[in-house]
Design a protein around this ligand. Sequence first.
Ligand code: UPG
Ligand code: MN
Length: 769
Amino acid sequence: MATLAVSNHHRHNLPLCEKIPIRNNLEKAIDLTTLLLLISLLLYRLLHLSHHGYPWLLAFLCESWFTFDFILGVNTKWTPLDFKTHPQTLLEREGAELPAVDLYVTTADFVLEPPIMTVNTVLSLLAVEYPAQKLACYVSDDGCSALVLYSLIEASEFARLWAPFCRKYDVQVRAPFRYFSNDDAVSTSGGDVNSSEFRLEWKQIKDEYEKLKRKIEQAIDGTAPFELSGEYAAFANTDKSDHPSIIKVIWENKENLPDGLPHLVYLCREKRPISPHHYKAGAMNVLTRVSGVMTNAPFMLNVDCDMFANNPKILLHAMCSILGLKPEDCAFVQFPQAFYNELKDDPFGNQMAVAFETVWRGMAGIQGPVYAGTGCFHRRKLIYGFSLNEADNKALRKVDDETLLNKPFGNSVEFMDSVAKTFSEPVNGKNDNIGPQDLSSTVQAAYHVARCGYEDATAWGSKVGWKYGSMTEDVLTGMKIHAMGWKSVSCMPSPPGFLGTVPTTGPAVMTQTKRWIAGLLQILFSKNSPIFATFNAKLQFRQCLTYTWILIWGLRSIPQLCYAVLPAYCIIANSHFLPKAYEPVMVLFVAQCLIQNLQILRSYHRCGQSVCAWWNNTRMGKINAATSMLFGVVSFVLNLVGISDIVFEVTHKESANSSTSTDATDNNKDNMAVNTGRFTFDKSPIFVPPTTLLFVQLTALGLSLLEGARDRVGLGEYLSSVWVVMCFWPFVRGLFGKGKYGIPLSTLLKSAVFALIFVHLCRQTSATG
Ligand SMILES: O=c1ccn([C@@H]2O[C@H](COP(=O)(O)OP(=O)(O)O[C@H]3O[C@H](CO)[C@@H](O)[C@H](O)[C@H]3O)[C@@H](O)[C@H]2O)c(=O)[nH]1
Ligand SMILES: [Mn+2]
């Protein structure tokens, strides 16, 4: 007895979550050197402004921007921090006392987001290591698809085998498609995998999964009869953007069994053409309310439909931070985004591996990482708009007053109950206010809060819930939380907590980046701008700089494009924007360029990334500047002046099984392997600017070959022009590629016309100048 007490006491002193500052003195020294070089170059340009023409001035302006940008980046990475969590300690200390968590999965389109993918994500959550009676999984379907409901119903049957199997054999990856993939590293379990019993069960479960997959596939391609009757009658005559709500409790853990299966609820909110639905933010708010009247857990996890739980201990890791840190230091716990369909060397420069290592840890050392939309644990309390400081505590007492509650949260009595409970419970939500025992009795209330008019004249989307007004609702919602003075925490366990899909085709990459850019600008130029928030609210100054750095992402396209056009312009118009190679100051230019790029290369090396990945990212940075970033800025401006709306175009997610698909012939597979990561194109106008830019550079280089060297152009301009062509190499290949690998003829023609006009104008200025 005595020893037990001692060891318990001892355990109580062990930390659940530790903050570990990362040393980076060398980084700091190199960054300061780069900064010094950048500033001296700017001074040099400024001093010699009067001796040079417009290209020099333009170069000065662009480089001023780059320097500003660089400073913001250095600020972010100045004081990096890691968090280390101890799930074992948590289990020993808390055991059955762990708080309840509501799990949200969003899907919006059964074609772009195959239901088997959503099913895998849901299965990985249902089988997670946590007392099952504390969990409820809610799937929001913005696509209003009976096929999604059907898939989930079938999946819940399978889950009854899957979850116990995972627990019994300590399976590491609990998304079946991944576990049954041929990858040995993935399919290992912790338990006794050599026993014949295991082999037998493994085979059975695999067969069951194959059956599930087949059923879903057949329902989708129509080879099995699937009628909108009975359970699915509600879907008859519905239109994706015009239908009532549909809510189904698919599975209920009636006996509250800790090793049973968590509740599973399908939810499709009402949509009407006249009422804005606010895309994902709107879906998240309905999830919040529906779960509020059903299970009302004090914490919630949200994932996109493609982001399965890759580490069965994620909930324990997250709880370590939530229970182990001061509440104000842990508003939300964000897992970095990582991907399972990554192509080698990041050909599209969108895997963000280095960004997650550097920017992420950097932010963790200020006020915490951004909320990245998926793989994030929130406190229900905070989502309801409450905060911990004195002033808000007063507001907290006020809200008990019915009349005040009524307005911001809407008019559901059941939901106000959730608000009152959430409000009064201790910050770390130890007293579980799990809702009514019987979920089906709450369905009526759930229908009420899922109605599309429910939010009219309430604070939803402004003070309460996920925030409206930006396509990147995640960054906005997280920033508002930081502006209330809270800190957030990053959680980077090994193996990574969640894995999802990353776009792997040119057009899909462009669509996604364009939406992000527009969404970020929507935040920058609004009343929610971080710049106001440092003055009026509690956003720390350095955190404000970091947010600004992220939000101006798209604006970078303007100086970058100007800078990329400069060499071609100078060559055609016989001008220059760089000193001559023999001028001593050239050393500074070269040094700056080398040091900055080597520093970036070094960070790639440290994150285990190849030189090739570094080059691909550098190159894609330039390509994005001429495509998605530019178009993001344009769509933001068009929206601002009221010409067009910004819509949330859902990212196409490759089917979870495509990598292991067996129907591809060997020949096909070879072709695919050769072309993996090769840039693809479509007819979108987004590919016109880079093609034009490429034509202009090629014309400039061609002309100087034909007409001989020009007196005012130096080596610097020629090299810069070649550099730009190298950056746009995927487009050079696109000139000769076939099918989706080739730039469409219409795009080529348009670009040629624009390039001709540009070259003509350059020649005119050189004639007059
Ligand atoms: O009207 C909508 C549109 C989207 N979604 C869901 O939102 C999620 C993200 O959509 P996706 O097309 O995958 O966008 P990504 O750009 O890949 O997502 C990143 O960026 C978004 C903000 O732009 C965040 O919301 C996401 O969480 C983050 O992963 C998916 O689960 C969708 O099903 C909805 O529920 N309703
Ligand atoms: Mn996504």
